[in-house]
Design a protein around this ligand. Structure first.
Ligand SMILES: C[S@@+](CC[C@H](N)C(=O)[O-])C[C@H]1O[C@@H](n2cnc3c(N)ncnc32)[C@H](O)[C@@H]1O
Ligand code: SF4
Length: 441
């Protein structure tokens, strides 16, 4: 059973139509009076009453629209099946952006007349999804969205600039200080994309894919590309032991910042907290990353009793690498923070504030070209807004992981954050810099 919902898309429908990876099937009237259907990857909602699309000039659907403007468009995803009827017309014979083939494209606008919600009880629907067929086509669509002013990120920045999406708790390593989520089930790809849309809608401009090791998720490339499509800056914080040339070739252009842990400048120090061979994996990663100079690279060390004496050596290693490459290089020196979802032997690990400060003075006294961020425990507390692998909003405070229910159920994040322990002013101070200038958290 279908139900007429009026002459405008509801908010939920609008969000579905705006999904960059869900495309509409456009039906027009052929010369002989039969319907003709075709998928349109460029079909977008301008607002609740208007759609817009691009077409190659020799397209059959476009010929039908010129002759008879009646159109029906349908979209499906796992939760909604909708159909709109309306009138289509050519509004710009030659759109300012060309198709990747070099051909000019024509702009078509559709005025919506009727919106229907389609019943489809008892069947499971897999969304008709757009997966970027080539970088050139992705660039074409991104340029088109820019030209139309279509944005998914809230125009006015909110109290949180950067959200950490812990997409998995899976990891090859077993770091004795790990503050990441442990043994938590993962949301599926569709839910992860809805979460990303909400991150953008709430006004964060950056998502950090982290974990566990985000590369443990098979769909991580798809999520990275989706986040980029909706206009987010993308950071990927990976353990590094499963980073491959193939992954970088597919997704590297969509990653603004890639972060790798380094626990020591020698295998002897590194293997006290990471598994044997981790340092070699990181050095191999750095070699690969040199071939992606547009990507910012951040090394990160959680400082413990095991490696505090080695931090100057890690700085030298990072500095030497930075001299040889065109990537911008950052180094985050975390004062290991005593927060964990499992029991830890913190006494064997934690250095005091005085020891950390002495190490900082020693490093600062030596000239270096990389940008070093010293992240004291005072800085690290109450600055993170996290989404855990199961989609739970988590705002840690001190040693607690404060959980605030399903992120997708949050209606007003600004209000929730204002009532939580989150220190927005500190967060914005430390997060503001990156934008291809400086990365702190
Ligand atoms: C939880 S990890 C997840 C990404 C990846 N597995 C990694 O280790 O880089 C994210 C960042 O947190 C840092 N980290 C982990 N536990 C920490 C702790 N207790 N205190 C401070 N930083 C920590 C890691 O070194 C890494 O830079
Ligand atoms: S590599 Fe990262 S996620 Fe894995 S155990 Fe270590 S800190 Fe935790």
């Amino acid at each position: 059973m279908s139900q007429v919902m009026g002459s405008q898309l509801t908010q939920e429908m609008f969000e579905l139509v705006r999904r960059p990876d869900v495309f509409g099937i456009v039906s027009t009237v052929d010369e002989d009076g039969w319907p003709r259907s075709a998928p349109f990857g460029s079909l977008e909602a301008l607002d609740e009453s208007h759609l817009v699309s691009l077409s190659l000039p020799d397209n059959h659907t476009l010929a039908n629209i010129r002759r008879d403007g009646r159109v029906t468009v349908s979209w499906v995803d796992a939760e909604q099946r909708i159909s709109v009827t309306g009138r289509a017309r050519v509004t710009q014979e030659v759109f300012p952006i060309r198709h990747p083939s070099g051909a000019p494209v024509t702009r078509v606008d559709i005025d919506i007349q009727e919106v229907r919600s389609l019943g489809a009880r008892g069947i499971r629907v897999t969304p008709a999804r757009f997966t970027s067929p080539s970088p050139a086509f992705t660039d074409f669509l991104r340029a088109y969205w820019r030209e139309l002013g279509i944005t998914w990120v809230r125009a006015t920045p909110g109290p949180v600039a950067s959200m950490d999406f812990h997409v998995t708790s899976e990891c090859n390593q077993e770091c004795p200080y790990c503050w990441g989520p442990q043994d938590i089930a993962e949301v599926d790809t569709e839910t992860a994309k809805r979460i990303l849309l909400r991150v953008a809608a709430f006004g964060a401009r950056r998502v950090v894919f982290t974990g566990g090791d985000p590369l443990k998720r098979r769909d991580i490339g798809e999520l990275v590309c989706f986040a980029k499509d909706i206009g987010l800056e993308v950071a990927l914080s990976t353990t590094g032991d499963e980073l491959t040339e193939d992954f970088l070739a597919r997704c590297g252009r969509d990653i603004d910042l890639l972060s790798l842990p380094i626990d020591g400048a020698s295998e002897a120090v590194s293997s006290q907290t990471k598994k044997a061979g981790h340092l070699s994996a990181i050095l191999r990663d750095l070699e690969m990353l040199a071939r992606y100079p547009a990507m910012d690279v951040k090394l990160a060390t959680p400082v413990t009793k095991k490696n505090i004496a080695d931090v100057p050596n890690i700085v030298r290693l990072a500095d030497n690498w930075a001299r040889q490459v065109r990537n911008r290089v950052f180094y985050n020196v975390f004062h290991a923070f005593p927060r964990s979802m499992v029991e830890r032997e913190w006494n064997e690990l934690l250095v005091t504030d005085e020891e950390y400060a002495a190490m900082q003075r020693q490093v600062e006294a030596t000239p270096h070209r990389i940008k070093i961020n010293f992240l004291t425990r005072q800085i690290l507390d109450r600055v993170y807004v996290m989404i855990f692998p199961d989609g739970t909003l988590t705002i840690p405070s001190g040693s607690d992981y404060r959980q605030h229910g399903r992120f997708l159920d949050v209606a007003d994040l600004d209000a929730l954050l204002a009532q939580s322990d989150f220190d927005s002013a500190k967060h914005l101070r430390h997060a503001q810099g990156w934008r291809k200038v400086e990365s702190v958290i």
